[in-house]
Design a protein around this ligand. Structure first.
Ligand code: UDP
Length: 333
């Protein structure tokens, strides 16, 4: 296949690029480097099946040109991360909705297949756990900026289904708390990245709220496997799938696991949500996917245990901490 990955220099996108190239496909990465890093894909320079384009996914002319040259578009470019969204909800809405419209319109006009990366955030604060693909979604008031992300991704899904009704070949994956090497630890990233980075620096691990909230942390190779299957299987057309682990873990337990695995003596401290996100904030207290649909139609099965995935991720953070100069150099090249 000739593929295009929007957001391909990001954490998940770059692992997807590795996988597609390893499988013998060609990959064009489009990324604006707002949160992605060139160093995530720099190791593919010189590979004739790899091409790099820096640009904005809302640039309709650019996107149309790139879509023209590919068979399948993996649309991952988005403003993600609760911290990001809370800080700049306008940008989140504009990039997530504008970017997806640009990609879908281009793919529809040229009859290309699309994989859209959505999020478990679309289920909002529903307490009907586990979340099933056809369940109702429960979101809080629009005054709470966090929900702008859920709404933007849900609108993107509506766009996908609307184009599918007109004949676009499209599939949707809803990611559940993916983690792994290359995650961003610059403050707004995943809790896994933050805890590992804090533990390795000997800083306190900051548990927000009481730490009883749960998530299902999914190692990136499993996230990528589900993505590739949903993008290529005929059974996946016109469907949305939960892609994630179904092992539910509290944030406090995650903190303890990371302390143990890093051998860190950092204390675990509780930080009130308001202190981090301001007055207008709501939290998802439990999040777990039902994955029987992905199992049935995609043959998807999460394969990496949380312990093994955390060990791999910790190793990556340790290597990066040892040679930060080489990392920065690569980024500037
Ligand atoms: N969290 C935390 N400490 C941190 C960062 C996040 O306790 O330093 C919590 C956060 O409140 C949420 C969970 O960890 O309950 C997962 O947060 P993340 O931002 O990774 O993803 P989310 O599931 O909120 O999209």
């Amino acid at each position: 296949m000739d593929t295009l990955i929007t957001g391909g220099a990001g954490y998940i996108g770059s692992h997807l690029a590795d996988r597609l190239l390893a499988d013998g496909h060609s990959v064009v990465v489009l990324d604006d480097l707002s949160t992605g890093r060139f160093e995530n894909v720099a190791h593919h320079r010189g590979n004739p099946r790899f091409a790099w384009v820096q640009g904005d996914v809302r640039d309709a002319a650019l996107v149309a040109r790139l879509v023209e040259q590919c068979d399948v578009v993996f649309h991952l470019a988005a403003v993600v991360g609760v911290g990001h969204v809370v800080r700049d909800p306008l940008r989140c809405i504009q990039v997530n909705v504008g970017g997806t419209e640009a990609v879908l319109a281009a793919a529809f006009a040229r009859r290309r297949r699309v994989l859209f990366a959505s999020s478990s955030e679309v289920y909002g604060k529903s307490d009907r756990v586990p979340f099933r693909e056809e369940d109702d979604r429960i979101l809080g008031p629009t005054r709470v900026p966090r929900w702008a992300y859920a709404v933007s991704k849900a609108l993107d899904e509506h766009l996908c289904f609307a184009y599918a009704d007109r004949g676009l070949e499209v599939s949707i994956v809803r990611y559940f708390n993916s983690y792994g090497p290359r995650m961003d630890d610059r403050g707004y990233g995943s809790v896994v990245a933050r805890f590992i980075s804090q533990a390795l620096k000997g800083e306190p691990l900051t548990v927000y709220g009481d730490g009883h909230q749960t998530r299902c942390f999914t190692y990136v190779s499993d996230t990528v496997e589900g993505t590739v299957r949903a993008a290529t299987r005929t059974e996946a057309l016109g469907q949305a799938f939960n892609i994630g682990s179904d092992r539910e873990v509290t944030v406090r337990d995650l903190a303890e696991m990371i302390r143990t695995l890093t051998g860190s003596s950092s204390p675990v401290v509780q930080v009130p949500f308001e202190q981090v996100f301001g007055a207008y904030y709501e939290e998802t207290s439990r999040r777990r996917p039902a994955i029987d649909k992905a199992r049935r139609l995609l043959g998807f099965e999460p394969a990496v245990s949380l312990e093994d995935g955390l060990k791999q991720t910790i190793r990556w953070f340790e290597e990066r901490t040892i040679s930060p100069q080489s990392t920065q150099r690569t980024q500037r090249e």
